[in-house]
Design a protein. Sequence first.
Length: 749
Amino acid sequence: MDDLMPKLLSELSPIYSSSVSEDEMIRHFKAAVSSIYGVDTVNVINVINNDVVEQNAEQNTLHGYVSNTGKYYIDNQLSEYSSFQELISYRNQGYASCAVLPINLHGKASMIVELLSRTENKFNEQIVGGIAMASSAMGLELAYRYEKIKNTKVANYFSGAFDNIPIQLLVATDNTIVKSNKAALGEFRQLLQSKVNEFTGMDFNSLARLSGKTAKVVIQIDGKKRIYYVSSSKISDKLLHVALSDATSAEKFNALGETISKDPMSMLVYTDEQRNIIEATQNIEKLTGYPAGYVAGKNIEDLVIDSEKGAFKNNMSVLNNGSISGFTDLVNINAMPTHVRFIASRWAGGFMFFVYNANAEKYLSDIKDAFYDFINGTSDMVLTVDNFGYIIDVNMPVESVLGYSKSEMAGKDIKAIYADPSLLDRDITYVRNGGKVNNSYTDIISKSGARIAATHSIRAFKGADNSSSYIIVIKELETKRMLRDQDSAIRDLQNQLKRLHSTSDLKSQFIYNISHELKTPLTNIKGFSKLLYDGEFGNINDEQKSYVLTIIDEANRLMLIIQQVLDAAKLESNKVKLEPKEVDMRDLYENPSIKALQESAAGKGLSFAWDVAFDAPKVYADPNRLIQVFVNLIGNAIKFTEKGGITVKIYRKGSKYIQCDVIDTGIGISDEDKHKLFRKFYEAPKKGLVKQDGAGTGLGLSIAKDIVRLHGGKIGFESELGVGSRFWFTLRVKPKSARQKQAGKSVVP
């Protein structure tokens, strides 16, 4: 038992039973654990009453592991080989030991406690157990508080929200109005004495079908017809919550819309309280391609591209009685983004959005960013100077050549770095009068006082307020110094490359060894799970069988991943030895792995063809490795194809080679992804409606490329986004001659 645990509990018990805030309680807990146990850093991640566990698991795999398993984790010797990336990061921050423990409540983690120490072997089961008991007590207290708050909110829901606008009714299955708020009493008066269907024309069932939608109803009040928007939500099978809002504001919307609709670059959108679109001006079609009638009923967030949805929702969350503005990207009918500026404000019964095309603003902003990227990326010195000759900004080469820091240059008179300021005055005057100065010779002075031969070019720029500024580009003419600096940089890069090669070799050996070590326990897991499934240790019920079958399937998947990692490590460290022999490509079609892929394609409704040309000769290759290449290429084709099919074509390529093509009608590959495709651990992103089945290793194409290379062939691809892809590789018909092997030649078309 931990001797310090009673002291910790006695110090924290008064805090738990007091009325201090949650933050104060956690602060006392962290301080007590740190002082009593000598822990350098204590972190508490509170996950009660929200989904932080799932979100945190995506960002922090260590926290995700602890939350999902419900077990604590201790690493008393943090190193670059620690099991989690977070532990390596802690080690880089100077920590030597780490313990992470979940505080479970009702079978679910309510908080995570993270202990960090700069001393090795700091934590053991007794220390962690003592801290866990104290933190469990805190977790119970916080859980009790949250449950109490939750119950209070539910109890006070109708007393708070029901009295707010708009008009709200509670309707029973017999169409009687059980309850109405003040807005309803003031608007409908005697109509509330009748049943809801008698004055709205909609009964309980038709109102229930409105859930998530909005409809218009006409209600006659004092002999006058008025239009209302009506929506509903189901409270129970016998009770319905109905909200109505006066549509008189729609007339104002239409009046504004008539004016706005004349501008093809802008539009108006009117939504309800949930931001479901009630009406939009017709020029929405010019901005997005969607007709106004098509977007009615959709949530306005559905028009925002996926990458901007989070920021847009955050903007909407602060929209109360005032208004907000900002930028976002709408997705048009061609799935392309349209950059817009929006102004949102509350309107009767909902919200009004004024939206106009901001592509031109974005274009100008992009040009400006590209210009400054160029300035910061060039090796020439670039200085921005105001109309009075004071330096506004400089790029990095100015620091390295002149010896001044950017902060020292800001506000400095530009003449101070010129050996002859009169030359600068002459050229600036010429530029101010509309001229351009290109490569004018001058001398500049460094911080050390050294005189540097150079040329300068000057351009004038007008600001929005009509003020002038100047861009001065200075080229140093001392090439000898530049060559010397470049030689020094090359030597540094060569040394860095040697270190990287050494690190890469150690990494490959580690992956190779650890993958081998994982295979033995994984084989045991599969074996015992199979025996358990077959009833060797006694009968199990169907539900238990499904759990065991999940273990077997996941073990098989993990074994495949380990095998791919092993193959990649072997190929990288040149430990793969081919076993080549004469192979007829027609025979490969009968291989069980190819047949399994054919069945997989058929399961998705895809066609599959294996076409070997009549004159395709046999090749000299390792058949098992060839199957591995085909499995990777055909498997990817099936994964990213939803309709059409996959065709494998094999034909002669000159006198010494054959070529194998794997052609699909899938989603294709975007230009930005093409150059990354054969990288290790790179996985193509999801596109459109195609979803990847499970998470891969991102090693398949890299392994295929290395196997083809070992055979003396080449591999490549052609792809068009939305049309399909063709992956190809070549193989030798005959093995290399002894002379070719010795020379290491590999001539591939």
